[in-house]
Design a protein around this ligand. Structure first.
Ligand code: ZN
Length: 189
């Protein structure tokens, strides 16, 4: 298996890619754990992202990741959206998405900035790949995971979830699980 060639490095998760789904009502779904998150507000909050010119969008589906999260947020009436901008000037909160290669493994990190117990900004989302050998669904997973942190989601152990840090799941998660949507609903709606 190709997958065994890769080293599990930091914080990544997995998700099962099925279509858009609102959280089922009156079900046994338990909300996934939250980490540092934004203060709840009535109006939709836009989280701006400036994609560094070093990010090769043919290799890394960061725009697709933002659109996927936006679709889930919209269908669940969660008032948060990602917006891709050419520059962070005059935009807040805004963060830069950077990408680079490393000799081995695939990993990422997200610089969360908190104040008074809440997320107030994000510094940078760094994405590291082992050149071109990482499968495309792993790249999707990586972006969904790091953007999940930007929404306030913490790691979890839900099978095939985007916020699960275990790479050895099949299939790897590429879309949010109901538990993750529910966590965002409970926090922001
Ligand atoms: Zn993580």
């Amino acid at each position: 298996m190709k997958r065994r060639l890769f080293t599990l490095l930091a914080a990544l998760a997995t998700m099962l890619g099925v279509g858009l789904a609102a959280v089922p009502t009156a079900s046994a779904v338990t909300a996934a754990p939250m980490g540092p998150h934004w203060q709840k507000q009535a109006a939709t909050r836009y989280i701006y992202a400036h994609v560094s010119s070093s990010v090769d969008l043919n290799r890394y589906p960061v725009i697709t990741n933002m659109n996927t999260w936006n679709s889930y947020l919209a269908v669940n009436s969660v008032p948060l959206r990602f917006s891709n901008v050419g520059s962070c000037t005059g935009k807040s909160p805004c963060f830069e998405i950077m990408m680079s290669w490393k000799a081995q493994g695939i990993s990422g990190d997200t610089g969360l900035i908190t104040s008074g117990g809440y997320l107030v900004d994000i510094s940078t989302v760094n994405l590291y790949y082992n050149n071109d050998v990482n499968p495309y669904d792993w790249r999707v997973h990586l972006g969904m995971h790091e953007l999940g942190h930007a929404l306030g989601l913490a790691h979890n152990t839900i099978p095939n979830s985007v916020m699960n840090v275990d790479w050895n799941q099949s299939p790897i998660g590429t879309t949010p699980k109901a538990e993750e949507s529910l966590a965002l609903i409970n926090t922001y709606r």
